[in-house]
Design a protein around this ligand. Structure first.
Ligand code: PLP
Length: 465
């Protein structure tokens, strides 16, 4: 839908003023510095359901779900009311030491019920990055308290994305994310990127799995298991390009962690809270019970910034038992850890998800979305289509070399641009078009995303001819 004919002049003026203010004074996260100061930003001004509207009044179906996070859609009155009610009752008080709040305590109890196994202790943070940071620090504390401070090295993977604090950014394994910032190299190590895509693979899943496990074990032996604290892993690498590991990988890597006394931290910032059809995906989809699970994003449906580390009883009991007597303080946390408004929103979010059977809806719609999307892989400019439930990715190529070459990236950008022109927002990353729509999308929304993506692919292909 284009801007209404009678869109009034003050709206147009406001649109220009917003862009000018943005260009003059805002430094965006992950800004393209070559465009800094350009009055070209897309300013999203309002949103409802699965749609967002820019400052020109144009409507888009948000196939990105904000940033993997808007799960119940925009303008959900129950979530808004939960936020308002908590803000009226008590907007904030310190969570430090022995101070608590009703929403934080109630949410922690609910999360302990939802999380698998003995992951019964919730440590709240402000977002996914700070939750990753906190999980690694918890692993460090756990071993240091046992008198093993040298067990501090961290295993991550190439193509991983874990966030943007100093430590979380150091765990990220995408080369494109490495710029002029400083990254921790002393104790962070990257294993091989674990994806296996049967549609393009030149080896069997078993061969790939063996190679990945060999890589992991030899890296453990090189560093020395006595020096390694934890392995941090997204079940499916999200921003790295929706990379799905081969069957059996998660269980086998957890077994290696157990063998070498390495803690397994599952980064479910994207995959938890329904995106794969369950509150937590680790146990149900991947048959693993990690030592810690990190979640954020969908925990509050993106309505409030919130992250959490779910920690096993075993770790907590050990930390408590071994904390130094002269200073038994777990010195980690933030002013806004477990912010009452964020926690109240998360409780309302979980209640709605349970009442409306959102996970069952995703279990039904996810496979349909992927099977429809996979039909696009017959196009000569689509290298492969992959995903899992409501996370998906179309990988573009010109038919020459696969991967993020200049020409493939330009092609994906074209597909993205044509989708945007047709009113669907997907996320371009290198030569990929990534999709993670709100969980409340219905069949019509899914059909629209796939149709628009298909048309965009055809247009981009014609441009190549
Ligand atoms: N972990 C994963 C898997 C993510 O995708 C992200 C963000 O996209 C993060 C961690 C960091 O979360 P945040 O941006 O909320 O700090």
């Amino acid at each position: 839908m284009n801007a209404p004919e009678n869109q009034n002049i003050s709206d147009t003026r406001e649109h220009h003023q917003l862009r000018a203010a943005d260009a003059a004074n805002l430094l965006h996260p992950w800004a393209d510095l070559s465009a800094l100061g350009d009055e070209s930003a897309m300013v999203i001004k309002s949103a409802k359901g699965v749609h967002v509207y820019d400052s020109n009044g144009k409507q888009y179906l948000d196939a990105i779900g904000g940033m993997w996070c808007i799960t119940l859609g925009y303008g959900n009155e129950e979530l808004i009311e939960a936020m308002a009610q908590q803000a009226r009752e008590m907007v904030y008080y310190t969570p430090f030491g022995d101070m608590s709040s009703s929403p934080a305590a109630r949410l922690a109890k609910k999360l302990a019920e939802l999380a698998p196994g003995d992951l019964n202790r919730a440590h709240f943070t402000t977002c996914g990055s700070t939750a990753i940071d906190s999980a690694v620090r918890t692993a460090h504390y756990y071993f240091a308290a046992q008198g093993r401070p040298e067990k501090r090295h961290v295993l991550s993977r190439r193509n991983a994305y874990h966030g943007s604090t100093y430590l979380a950014a150091s765990l990220c394994g995408k080369l494109a994310d490495r710029t002029l910032f400083h990254y921790e190299a002393d104790f962070v190590h990257h294993l091989a990127s674990p994806e296996y895509d049967p549609d393009i693979a030149t080896e069997s899943a078993d061969e790939r799995l063996s190679a990945l496990l060999e890589d992991m074990e030899s890296e453990i032996n090189r560093i020395g298991a006595e020096n390694i604290a934890c392995f941090v892993a997204e079940p499916i690498l999200a921003s790295g390009g929706v990379l799905v590991p081969p069957e059996g990988y998660h269980k086998a890597t957890l077994d290696l962690c157990h063998k070498y006394d390495i803690l397994y931290i599952s980064d479910e910032v994207v995959t938890a809270f329904g995106r794969l059809g369950h509150f937590f995906a680790s146990e149900v989809h991947f048959d693993i019970l990690p030592d810690m699970i990190v979640a954020a994003k969908g925990i509050s449906s993106g309505y409030q910034p919130l992250g959490v580390v779910m920690i096993s009883d075993r770790i907590i009991d050990s930390i408590k038992a071994n904390a130094p007597e002269d200073n038994p303080v777990f010195s980690n946390g933030y002013t806004y850890s477990g912010h009452p408004v964020a926690c109240a929103t998360a409780i309302a979010n979980i209640n709605i998800m349970e009442r409306d059977n959102i996970c069952a809806h995703v279990q039904e719609l996810g496979p349909y979305f992927l099977s429809e999307l996979r039909k696009l892989s017959s196009s000569p400019i689509v290298y492969t289509v992959r995903g899992h439930h409501l996370m998906a990715c179309v990988e573009c190529w010109t038919g020459e070399e696969a991967g993020p070459t200049e020409r493939n990236i330009a092609l994906a950008q074209r597909v993205d641009q044509y989708c945007e022109e047709a009113g669907v927002l997907v996320r371009p990353y290198e030569n990929l078009c990534i999709m993670s729509p709100p969980l409340i999308v219905d069949r019509d929304d899914v059909d629209r995303i796939v149709t628009v993506m298909g048309d965009a692919i055809k247009r981009a292909q014609r441009d190549l001819d």
